[in-house]
Design a protein around this ligand. Structure first.
Ligand code: WT7
Length: 630
């Protein structure tokens, strides 16, 4: 499935345009099926109805594991790196992973879990999380991984929404110098989750916990009782594989549903091509399996491709800000995939943490999750990649299941702050307010996809109408991403941020990302976030929250310098009206700035901040309010 050069890349685009179904059927042919599909694609975007490879029978874990055993059973599947650098790392071969997954599949079966049951996983970044994910898929249970940083309330809501029958957790989890008492939080959640019949607990931190009779069972005790073989459940192509919750801006989280065959095909296809994975490469994605990036590009994509995937338990700054680079050096990582927020924060710690390590092994770098500003891109390219590694800026979403817009490493050109082009097989487009497609270059509008792709979400669990309303109603006949996008003179795509992050100032449409990127150019600025606040003349004024490397000596002068930079990069219309120098920004656990809160603070509405419990650090809000009242 690998595209190896620009000619093949162009040819693949032509092949897709000529016959999209044949294009995907060819990809599907390389997998293990129990029965071939009857129909490649059946779709109607008006009803948000999409089926890929209907009638086909398969199990995704046979494709991740069984089919690799004969040729590469001894190869490392998962290279696990502990939070504490003094703790021994663990290498798990494909043979061992197969056996562990089979064993845990049998554990689940013994507990009465059947095909179609929903299982909630609330675990730290340990190999057992990957094993549990794959075991669910092997027996046909639908996994719902909840990020181990979420509160008891969030966990409880997610378990109840999907009516999960079992919860898999651990006594605790290590992250930096902290221990999260996961079982204790799970106990709190399970006070209000009537659907849970059993809870399996992994021993990880030796944190004292309470085990409830007939409900709670130790992972290691259950594993001892089971065999290392398990016949995978034979699934339909469109059987649900997993649910993953993504926070809507308000109200209930959305349980995004992915199904089996299409997700599988796209996960491997996008993994191999975007990162230009070669057999033997060591690949590391630093995301958490609690997010879609971890699902598709730590577990499924790499294992489907027969790669070695690195799984890291810890955080980028423990024991110090050189941890990532120490791991790269020690393990000779070839492909490295992380988030702009991590890049910016490590840049802020200074280059001495990078210089200590030999990063020669790196071949490809990737980013995901938010727009990357030019300064961070350049630092990543120069200081980490040594100016020799292509950077893939990968745009996608929980809902898209896999990378949609990105250059392929070293094949088509990269351009700082541009995700560049849709992958062959993806028909992305930009539309105006009326939903009319803007086909020429040098245009700006809203990012849509006008043709189905195999790994797209199929529904929101239990609420198909909400799925239709959220993604298929704004522009009938198209999937609407919620993002704004600019297409330059060459037709390259640059994601300008969520459309709800757009600011209208004096009738001008301003993307927050663009302005923040200009602010971040200032040598003393580490990170910034801007929001609009009511302004009598402009409609919206611009309020900037700024984190500096060192506290600015002359705030007024700094403000003028920053506005000069904005004028230079964006135009005078985007000048900041009010500056607030802060220590931190309110971020979700996936690293996104919660602008809703910043907007309220900017307009002085301190008492109407809404729910801040899903923030990485809710204390940030208190300190920002204090600063703003000075
Ligand atoms: C939103 C999706 C995809 C895995 C992680 C996030 C933003 C994502 C990029 C990028 C600019 C990006 C978009 C998108 N986003 N990647 N390369 N450039 N923006 O998944 O939590 O579902 O968030 O993240 O706004 O809509 P998610």
């Amino acid at each position: 499935m690998r595209i190896n050069n620009l000619e093949e890349y162009k040819l693949e685009k032509e092949n897709f345009d000529k016959n999209p179904e044949e294009f995907w059927a060819k990809k599907a042919n390389s997998f293990t099926w129990h029965k071939k599909w009857e129909e490649v694609l059946d779709w109607d975007f008006h009803k948000a109805h999409v089926k890929w490879f209907d009638g086909g029978k398969l199990n995704i874990t046979e494709n991740c594991l069984d089919r690799h055993l004969a040729s590469s059973g001894d190869q490392i599947a998962i290279k696990w790196i502990a939070n504490n650098p003094k703790e021994k790392n663990i290498d798990i071969s494909y043979n061992e992973l197969y056996e562990k997954v089979c064993q845990f599949s049998n554990v689940l079966k013994n507990k009465g879990i059947k095909k179609g049951d929903r299982i909630c996983l609330y675990m730290p970044m340990v190999p057992e999380l990957a094993i549990a994910v794959l075991a669910c898929a092997r027996i046909g249970a639908i996994h719902s991984v909840v990020f181990a940083g979420f509160s008891a309330k969030s966990l409880c809501d997610r378990i109840n929404d999907a009516q999960c029958k079992a919860l898999i957790t651990s006594d605790g989890g290590f992250r930096g110098n902290k221990i999260t008492p996961l079982k204790k939080i799970a106990d709190e959640a399970m006070k209000n989750t009537p659907s849970i019949q059993c809870c399996i607990v992994l021993e990880r931190t030796n944190t004292p916990i309470i085990m409830k009779n007939n409900r709670d069972f130790w992972w290691h005790e259950e594993m001892k009782k089971t065999s290392i073989h398990h016949h995978a459940e034979i699934m339909d192509s469109e059987d649900q594989l997993f649910i993953l919750y993504t926070s809507g801006s308000t109200g209930r989280p959305k349980g995004i549903v992915h199904t089996t065959a299409g997700y599988m095909i796209y996960a491997q296809y996008s993994f191999e091509n975007v990162f230009q994975y070669n057999h033997g490469d060591l690949y590391w994605c630093t995301a958490d399996i609690g997010w879609i990036t971890g699902h598709t590009y730590i577990i499924y994509g790499p294992l489907l491709a027969g790669a070695t995937t690195v799984m890291f338990e810890g955080v980028p700054t423990y024991p110090d800000a050189g941890r990532f680079w120490e791991i790269v050096e020690k393990n000779k990582i070839n492909i490295f995939y992380t988030a702009p927020t991590a890049i910016r924060s490590l840049e802020a710690y200074g280059n001495e943490y990078v210089k200590k390590y030999d990063l020669e092994s790196l071949k490809v770098l990737g980013t995901v999750g938010e727009p990357i500003n030019e300064d961070a891109w350049n630092w990543y390219f120069k200081e980490i990649g040594g100016e020799k590694c292509p950077i893939v800026d990968t745009w996608w979403q929980t809902e898209t299941g896999g990378i949609m817009i990105s250059n392929l490493a070293g094949i088509n050109k990269a351009k700082p702050t541009f995700a560049t082009l849709p992958l062959p097989g993806i028909k992305a487009c930009i539309v105006d307010e009326n939903g009319d497609e803007l086909e020429t270059n040098n245009t700006e509008g809203k990012l849509c996809v006008k043709y189905p792709w195999p790994s797209m979400a199929r529904t929101i669990y239990g609420d198909h109408q909400r799925f239709i309303d959220t993604y298929f109603s704004s522009f009938p006949g198209k999937y609407f991403s919620g993002d704004g996008c600019y297409k330059n003179e060459e037709g390259l795509f640059r994601i300008t941020g969520r459309v709800d992050d757009v600011l209208i100032v004096s009738g001008h449409n301003l993307g927050t990302a663009e302005i923040e990127s200009a602010i971040d150019e200032h040598k003393n600025v580490c990170e910034s976030a801007i929001v609009g606040y009511p302004h009598s003349i402009k409609g919206n004024g611009i309020f900037a929250y700024i984190i500096c490397h060192s506290s600015p000596k002359d705030k007024k002068a700094t403000g003028i310098e920053i506005n000069d930079l904005i004028t230079k990069h964006v135009g005078p219309i985007a000048k900041v009206d009010k500056f607030l120098y802060v220590e931190g920004l309110p971020k979700t656990r996936s690293g996104k700035i919660m602008r809703r809160i910043l907007r309220k603070i900017a307009s002085g509405e301190f008492n109407e901040l809404g729910d801040t419990s899903t923030l990485l650090d809710p204390n940030v809000v208190t300190s920002i309010i204090k600063e703003s009242q000075k």
